[in-house]
Design a protein around this ligand. Structure first.
Ligand code: GTP
Ligand code: MG
Length: 623
């Protein structure tokens, strides 16, 4: 599949509005004249691209209105956007357009200038947040095959697009190195004493936001991230080295969840928005102690050492949400990409068929030296997008991060007002929060007579609902400066509202996952629960502290057994088992260790002060 040749580019565009939009800038106030939108000759019509031969799918019939029987006016809730308006894949795999045109004098209202309008798609340094549509391999479509409505229900999203903004990875912190048992042997030093060094700490796992990344595609090939294990201790009290850290780099706007079991979403762990943010995610395991560390005044030659602590491990679900200020939404073919190309230097694919845009494109509008806003052009929405129809579902969630939405309505469609309502309904159904975002309505294609004719009634329709729409011709860059100004002013207001929230986000402790693991590691051994399975006479002792103790015990040394028995007695496990009614021969499981309970008197003595215990787990009966 064509995934391998995916061309990605990440840019924050420095250029502001495109050259062409400046040339054609013309503001209209209350009532625009049709002459304001004079169509240009075909050579220029493309404003970045002729539709050439890709007009196989109907343009205006993308929407159909289901009328209630006997009614000439459709109800709001029977609005239907056609589901089947999905392009043939082969048509997507062709170069969308390759325009090169020169302006000519075309009449009143336009500047006369020779100007290069197009770009060569071969050498374009494309400013998109995603992949070029000609590189996308989409299965299941044939150009010659007639698309039937029932064929295109819930559309499968190609693998490359799934990986673009979602990934599942495995991270593991390094295990601590083992401590060792060693004794100093030197001439003339008869009792040199213990000299086994401690193991080194395991490597940590960090997660860092890399500003140059704009997708999660790198995780298609790299799924496992393991930090290095700590070095084992050595003789002469030499400690092992620290394990190598691993840094998982993610794109700005990545949300990290613990992988959920089943279809349910896992627990939200981190939201990484800004480049440079770095979180210590999983701390490496502690190194095990060597026998030098066990030396005490009464125990001069201990023959015991610990294993290194196991590093924490986890499966994570990563999800990338766009971090754009303004999101352009609308039905397929409404002119969203054309608008983006008119107000920014982005050069998204534009063509006369629905679903030209498969992945979001980003562009930056710079009003002033330090006043910029990031605008995202999103794939078209159609009815049922909130349920996963078309491409909408994959990308609707990208709009969740946008502060402001710009609704582009195709003025030349049959019923622009119903198209607008349907898109709003889709947003609302996906998430009520989306429809509450501040938005601007841009009635597009005003250069076409059929759009011009409908503008007045559309405006009235929205005005009655308290909305003031703007009319534009994205193709000729007319009215787009009003859209920018309105979006920017809404954005400022929204940002002021969010300032308090942002403060909270910045003060958030990014290392909280690692902190909670550390906290769990320092859990007391006295904190445990006992579960009894009567059918198999099994007793399970569950507690982070005691389980960690078992994991770090190196059973190769005999003294480990004594220490373990002592720990079971001291932290009350034996007592609790006896109280629960444990009997001779029952199985006791602590962590990965399985033992048999022994009621006899052969139990090891735990300390000099105690005379022995009247029951203990017998060592060892490995399961
Ligand atoms: N006449 C005219 N045509 C326009 C205008 N804006 C866009 N178009 C045309 O409408 C068609 C669709 O434009 P796009 O920008 O690709 O539309 P889109 O909303 O991004 O479409 P999808 O990505 O498929 O959802 C193209 O043929 C454009 O040239 C406009 O202002 N006037
Ligand atoms: Mg588009």
């Amino acid at each position: 599949m064509a995934c391998a040749s995916v061309a990605l580019s990440c840019h924050i565009l420095s250029a502001g509005r495109s050259h062409k939009s400046r040339k054609f800038r013309k503001f209209f106030r209350e009532k625009p004249k049709l002459s304001d939108f004079l169509p240009l000759p075909p050579a220029i019509h493309s404003a970045g691209g002729e539709a050439t031969s890709y007009t196989r799918l109907p343009l205006k019939d993308d929407f159909q209105l289901d009328l209630a029987p006997g009614l000439s006016t459709p109800f709001y809730d029977v609005i239907k956007l056609r589901e089947a308006a999905v392009p043939a894949v082969d048509s997507l795999s062709k170069k969308p357009y390759k325009p090169t045109g020169f302006l000519e004098e075309i009449g009143e209202g336009y500047e006369v200038e020779e100007e290069f309008l197009g770009f060569d798609s071969d050498d374009d340094d494309e400013v998109i947040f995603g992949i070029e549509s000609d590189d996308v391999g989409v299965d299941g479509f044939d150009e010659d095959e007639e698309l039937k409505e029932e064929d295109v229900k819930e559309k499968g999203v190609p693998a490359v697009m799934r990986c673009f903004d979602r990934a599942k990875i495995y991270v593991k912190a390094g295990d601590g190195g083992n401590g060792v048992v060693a004794f100093r042997r030197e001439k003339y030093v008869p009792y040199g004493g213990p000299s086994g060094g401690d193991g080194g700490k395991g490597g940590d796992v960090y997660v860092e936001v890399d500003g140059s990344m704009n997708s999660l595609l790198p995780f298609r090939k790299n799924v496992h991230f393991r930090a290095g294990r700590g070095g084992h201790g050595l003789g002469r009290k030499q400690a092992g080295g620290k394990g190598e850290d691993v840094v998982v780099k993610v794109a700005p706007g990545t949300v990290i969840r613990e992988s959920g079991k089943g279809p349910a979403e896992g627990v939200l762990l981190l939201e990484l928005l800004n480049p440079g943010q770095r979180a210590l995610f999983l701390p490496g395991g502690r190194g095990g102690r060597g026998n030098a560390s066990f030396k005490t005044g009464t125990r001069k030659a201990p023959k015991i050492a610990e294993n290194g602590e196991a590093g924490a491990e986890m499966w994570l679900d990563l999800e990338l949400k766009l971090v754009a200020d303004v999101g352009i939404v609308g039905a397929p073919n409404a002119g969203k990409s054309t608008l983006l190309s008119a107000i920014t230097a982005a050069q998204p694919s534009i063509a006369d068929y629905p679903f030209t845009t498969l992945l979001p494109n980003l562009g930056v509008v710079s009003m002033d030296y330090d006043e910029t806003m990031v605008v995202a052009d999103l794939p078209g929405l159609l009815e049922g997008a909130h349920k996963g129809f078309g491409l909408g579902h994959e990308f609707l969630r990208h709009t969740e991060r946008c502060a402001v939405l710009v609704h582009v309505v195709d003025g030349s469609s049959q019923q622009p007002d119903y198209e607008f309502d349907a898109v709003r309904l889709e947003l609302e159904l996906f998430s009520p929060g989306l429809s509450e975002k501040p938005y601007i309505v841009a009635f597009n294609k005003m250069d076409l007579p059929e759009a011009y004719e409908k503008w007045h009634s559309f405006k009235e329709y929205l005005k009655n609902r308290g909305i003031e729409p703007l009319c534009i011709s994205a193709m000729y860059g007319q009215g787009t400066s009003d859209v920018i100004a309105a979006a920017y002013s809404l954005l400022q207001k929204e940002m002021a509202k969010r300032a308090v929230e942002a403060e909270w986000v910045h003060s958030e402790n990014l290392n909280h996952v690692s902190d909670s693991i550390e906290k769990q590691r320092s859990a007391s051994m006295n904190d445990f629960e006992i579960f009894h399975e009567s059918s198999s006479n099994t007793w399970r002792v569950v507690g982070a502290g005691i389980e960690r103790f078992v994991q770090m015990t190196n059973w190769r040394y005999n003294e480990s057994l004594r220490r373990f028995q002592h720990a079971l007695e001291a932290c009350g496990v034996n007592k609790a088992l006896r109280k629960g009614g444990v009997r001779e021969g029952d199985t006791v499981i602590v962590g990965e260790m399985e033992m048999v309970w022994n009621d006899g008197n052969e139990q090891p003595r735990t300390s000099g002060t105690k005379k022995g215990v009247s029951g203990s787990v017998k060592w060892p009966q490995l399961g």
